[in-house]
Write a protein of this length. Structure first.
Length: 264
């Protein structure tokens, strides 16, 4: 059940007070997000964020570049593939967008990771019989790109079709500090009941595992994120399930992120 605003703010403040005690269990995992800006001179630019230093992108290790699909721009007219240009995390596309709200997204391909005596490898249990744990990891990221101050809900509040997705139910451009941003978490197109969602903003804490907001969605997968500071925000949800064939892998793990700006 969605709580009233007072209880939401109280829970966020409690989370802030406890943040020094909270850490993601698998600290070696990289976050995945998307930055986007423009258009400038008819060019929309975007970046794959992959690492531990949101919002700053890092060069993707050569042995991991194949894990990412190219970034894409979604407009009301359809999907446009972006072109990798410059650093291996940087993408762009020539598109002179008019005033409006758009989505830029990306996908991390399904990848087996197994842990053995020598550490982690991109293999499943059959390829790495000595593994003590194995998972199939899939990640999805998207960001809301508002051009010329647009705050239209019509386009950005619809699912884009990723298997796990955080869907804003209101354009973040309409949300001010202390108000709420309702979002719905979907897995395979259906509400993810009681999903645990965390969020933070750029510069919140030196330890990137600390979060400014955390909470649990209702039975419709809906939760209201409370941004207590203006800036660039990052929301995250994780879905785990036993892998369909335990001889191949132990778990399926999917992660989805949504980045957005909140004004004063």
């Amino acid at each position: 059940m969605v709580r009233n605003k007072g209880s939401k703010v109280a829970s966020v403040l409690a989370a802030l007070a406890m943040c020094a005690l909270i850490a993601v269990p698998k600290a070696q995992a990289h976050d995945f997000w998307v930055n986007a800006n423009g258009p400038e001179n008819g060019i929309v630019k975007a970046e794959i964020g992959y690492g531990h230093d949101f919002p700053n992108p890092e060069v993707i290790p050569a042995e991991r570049t194949h894990l990412f699909e190219g970034l894409f721009l979604l407009t009301p007219e359809g999907k446009i593939d972006m072109t990798q240009t410059g650093e291996n995390y940087a993408y762009q596309v020539a598109k002179d967008l008019g005033k409006g709200s758009y989505i830029v997204g990306g996908n991390y391909k399904p990848t087996f990771w197994s842990k053995g005596p020598d550490g982690w490898a991109q293999k499943n249990k059959k390829e790495m019989p000595e593994a003590t744990y194995s998972e199939l990891a899939i990640m999805y990221a998207k960001t809301v790109l508002n051009v010329d101050g647009s705050d239209s809900d019509e386009f950005v509040t619809k699912p884009v079709g990723q298997r796990l997705e955080i869907v804003p139910l209101k354009n973040p451009a309409k949300v001010k500090v202390g108000e709420t941003l309702p979002v719905q978490v979907l897995v395979d197109g259906k509400p993810l009941k009681m999903a645990e969602v965390s969020a933070t903003f750029a510069g919140f804490a030196e330890n990137k595992e600390h979060k400014a907001f955390s909470g649990r969605a209702d039975l419709k997968g809906i939760i209201e994120i409370v941004p207590l500071k203006e800036g660039y925000w990052f929301a995250k949800v994780t879905y785990k399930a036993p892998y369909e064939d335990p001889s191949v892998s132990d778990e399926l793990i999917m992660v989805a992120t949504l980045t957005f700006n909140v004004g004063k």
